[in-house]
Design a protein around this ligand. Structure first.
Ligand SMILES: O=P(O)(O)O[C@H]1O[C@H](CO)[C@@H](O)[C@H]1O
Ligand SMILES: Nc1nc2[nH]cnc2c(=O)[nH]1
Length: 328
């Protein structure tokens, strides 16, 4: 009988995919349980990710170098892609579907500013009922497609009082609240083909790309709308209470959302370079008040994203152009 986490005990649910112990007992059969908790990393074994990546590279005839994840209402980032080959999520084998307004549910592969790119027009969130490993599984697909740079974007609430609605915060660090609570996309047996058991996360956000983005923002004349700060991901789908926002601020958090962190962890685990930003779609109140205006809502998030999509698109396309020119 296999003695590893992947097959034994109540956590075992290998689905016959990855265990190298030929004596491995049938998954989950020891306890007779019908519902078997599955370690996150076993949800998508390497071979399944490889199949999805093959489907995309063969279907598009490309090995993209840059991956983009479009935040809520920022799907227009993918609309910039030239000669797009579009894959609806429901037509990609073993891919989840998008359930959130503002997340179309398509993978777009093509070129942008001369670089080969693939963009997720629609990401997966923990609050949709997906485990974190499932939310960030497409990052591993990107890796096996050839992606070296991850651009992750999100809509977020601004906690830093200096931030205004419509500003852009370049992420230079994060506070992983789901991680504090014991949840990680890397939970379960580690497959070293993706990365190490204990990845370091200091310097996760590429400093050169942050500096280049600041230069680009200056050239665009939007320097005063650009900040560099710390993002935190909460589980959602509810927005935060005042007490939670106060606590986050005390922890040094500048913007809060419900995504991105697990994608960045997965990307750093497999050694991608990461650039990420938050579009500040609402200001988070950190004092009690009766004003209805203080309440975040998704319609407002979408409306602000629509208004600021032009600036976000220009920032992303110019940065991609620089990466492409530097590697040409
Ligand atoms: O992080 P993205 O996907 O941009 O979306 C953010 O906006 C939604 C809430 O309005 C949440 O999904 C939150 O995470
Ligand atoms: N958690 C969270 N996510 C958001 N996404 C956009 N705005 C917000 C916010 O205020 N809080």
């Amino acid at each position: 009988m296999c003695s590893r986490d992947c097959c034994s005990g109540p956590g075992g649910s290998n689905r016959g995919n990855t265990c190298s112990d030929k004596k491995g007992a049938k998954a989950g059969s020891l306890t007779g349980e019908k519902i078997i908790p599955t370690p996150q990393s076993l949800l998508y074994p390497y071979e399944v990710i490889e199949e999805i990546a093959d489907f995309i590279t063969k279907g598009s005839g490309m090995r993209p170098k840059i991956g983009i994840i479009c935040g809520s209402g920022l799907g227009s980032l993918a609309d910039m892609i030239q000669d797009p080959k579009i894959f609806e999520y429901e037509k990609i084998p073993n891919f989840p579907v998008s359930t959130v307004e503002g997340h179309a549910g398509r993978l777009v592969v093509g070129t942008l500013e001369g670089a080969t790119v693939m963009a997720m027009q629609g990401r997966f969130h923990f609050y949709e009922g997906y485990p974190l490993a499932k939310c960030s599984m497409p990052v591993r697909v990107m890796k096996l497609c050839g992606v070296e740079y991850l651009f992750a974007t999100n809509a977020a609430g601004g906690i830093n009082p200096r931030f205004a609605v419509g500003d852009i915060m370049l992420m230079h660090d994060h506070v992983n609240m789901l991680g504090f609570a014991g949840n990680s996309p890397l939970q379960g047996p580690n497959d070293p083909r993706f990365g190490p058991r204990f990845p370091a996360l200091v310097n996760s956000y590429n400093k050169d790309l942050i500096n280049k983005a600041i230069e680009i923002a200056k050239a665009m004349g939007i320097e005063s709308n650009i900040h560099v700060g710390v993002y935190s991901c909460l589980g959602g789908p509810n927005y935060e209470t005042i007490a939670e926002l106060k606590a986050l601020r005390m922890m040094g958090v500048d913007a809060v959302g419900m995504s991105t962190v697990h994608e960045v962890i997965t990307a750093r685990h497999c050694d991608m370079k990461v650039f990420a930003f938050s579009l500040i779609t609402n200001k988070c109140a950190t004092e009690y008040s009766d004003k209805k205006d203080d309440e975040a809502n998704h319609d407002e998030v979408m409306a602000v994203a629509k208004n600021r999509q032009k600036a976000c698109c220009e920032l992303v396309s110019r940065l991609i152009r620089e990466i492409h020119l530097a590697s040409a």
